[in-house]
Design a protein around this ligand. Structure first.
Ligand SMILES: [Zn+2]
Length: 449
């Protein structure tokens, strides 16, 4: 077992809990005094910050913050004007803006830039990467935080970044080989795309990329059968990490046990996320704002201990996760445990014909084998009925009968979501390439429910 931080990772749970409580209270008090947004937000709500002295008083007195609150502040004060910025701003990052609700501007101070890669470096060290090994980055570099944070965490972990995102897929395969990458990062949908491309190009990982040992997933949920296929094809163990712009990088990751745990019988279960509890306070809350018990699912609410430009203080992430009992992983680290592979957006749930449909459930069935990607459309047909159409991008060279494949997939999706769907397909290049959290589902119903 390789430790990223021997002092924290061998501490007791009680020691980490004490440290976390102190840091949580300190972060709230710091933000109330120093952050333009929180000064505005707490004054408006009449929060008496001097009453916050421990976890109990914090929970009772400090309200949750949402994306809408930050957007409102930035609208009132001009999100791109300096007077609403933190002092000492050195970089600005936009959120990815996939929810259609606007993009927050996040300010990074010099201290933020120094802290940005540290949390995520745990994920790389736990995934088994050593200093001076090469790691391919597949998320694009833009005005979002992804680019700088990926470079920063490679720096913090001592691994050498290979900027795969700067070239097309076929060239990335060549770079995996040329630079003998020991690992790479990818969203599940991009990994699926790269896998199809590899098969099509006769790229055999055991021969062409024998150094590849780990693939660190993030940004999307995925199915267990797909994950097993990926490990078998690439000859690499899957790891996973979770984080966002608001959390200044990854805030939880799987340890050396990986993103899926395989039994000797061939079955698999989702692995365990550990939150970095000395750097973040993670709460998992139900609709009434109460902490859910282990085994239950709720919304992730985050407080950052190391952000200054725009800290997250009890920030509602809009992501749902399943909490697990303490030490569920069994590795002995004193960090809280959550289920990997299944984090999904709360606002992703779509009601179709009165049924709650989670697109991630469809992802788990569809994104496999010859399917490079898919897009789904909910629409009202000529008879006023709600209908769902799934358009697949298929590598038709990998299957003998694409029509039979689509029919089989239609039955599988219908069985899982309880709603009949239509499936059509096109060849390679028939859909736009998707990265990260790009929405696959569009709602074109004349009357939305
Ligand atoms: Zn563990």
């Amino acid at each position: 077992m390789v430790l990223a931080n021997p002092i924290i990772e061998t501490a007791t749970e009680a020691e980490v809990a004490r440290l976390s409580e102190r840091a949580w209270c300190k972060a709230v008090n710091w933000a109330a005094v120093n952050s333009p947004f929180y000064r505005w937000f707490y004054r408006r709500l009449g929060v008496k910050i001097e009453t916050v002295i421990d976890a109990e008083s914090l929970r009772a007195n400090v309200p949750l913050v949402s994306k809408q609150d930050i957007l409102q502040f930035q609208e009132e004060f001009g999100g791109s004007r300096r007077r609403s910025w933190a002092m000492d701003t050195r970089q600005v990052h936009l959120t990815s803006g996939t929810s259609g609700a606007g993009r927050e501007v996040h300010f990074r101070t010099q201290a933020d830039l120094a802290a940005m890669g540290i949390g995520a470096a745990y994920a790389l060290v736990w995934a088994g990467l050593a200093p001076a090994e090469t790691f391919m980055l597949n998320f694009p570099y833009s005005q979002t935080m992804g680019g700088p944070s990926f470079q920063a965490f490679c720096d913090a972990a001592g691994v050498i970044p290979v900027n795969g995102f700067a070239v097309a897929g076929a060239e990335r395969l060549q770079q995996l080989k040329r630079f003998q990458c020991a690992g790479m990062s990818a969203s599940p949908s991009y990994l699926q795309r790269l896998t199809v491309l590899a098969r099509e190009n006769g790229f055999v990982p055991s021969q062409d990329a024998p150094c590849l040992r780990t693939i660190v997933l993030s940004a999307e949920p995925y199915g267990l059968a797909w994950a097993q296929d990926m490990e078998d094809f690439w000859g690499a163990k899957l790891a996973e990490a979770w984080g966002a712009t608001q959390t200044l990088g990854w805030a939880m990751a799987t340890c050396e046990r990986g993103a899926i745990v395989r039994s000797s019988s061939g079955s698999a279960t989702h692995g365990v996320f550990h939150s970095f509890d000395h750097r973040y306070k993670i709460e998992v809350l139900d609709e009434d704002g109460q902490e859910v018990p282990p085994g239950d699912t709720g919304e992730i609410v985050v407080t950052t201990f190391r952000s200054q430009g725009l800290p997250a203080i009890r920030f509602r992430m809009g992501d749902r996760i399943r909490r697990l009992p303490a030490n569920d992983c069994g590795c002995g680290r004193p960090f809280a445990c959550y289920q990997a592979g299944t984090v999904s957006r709360l606002d992703d749930m779509i009601k179709i014909k009165g049924q709650n449909v989670w697109p991630s459930a469809v992802d788990a069935i569809v994104l496999r084998g010859p399917v490079v990607g898919y897009m789904a459309r909910i629409y009202t047909d000529g008879h006023g009925r709600e209908s769902v159409e799934i358009a697949l991008e298929l590598d038709e060279t990998l299957i003998p009968d694409p029509h039979a494949f689509c029919l089989s997939l239609k039955d599988q999706v219908t069985a899982v979501i309880g709603i009949s769907v239509e499936v059509r397909h096109g060849g390679l290049g028939s859909l736009p390439e998707q990265y990260g959290k790009t929405r696959r589902w569009s709602d074109e119903r004349s009357v939305q429910t």
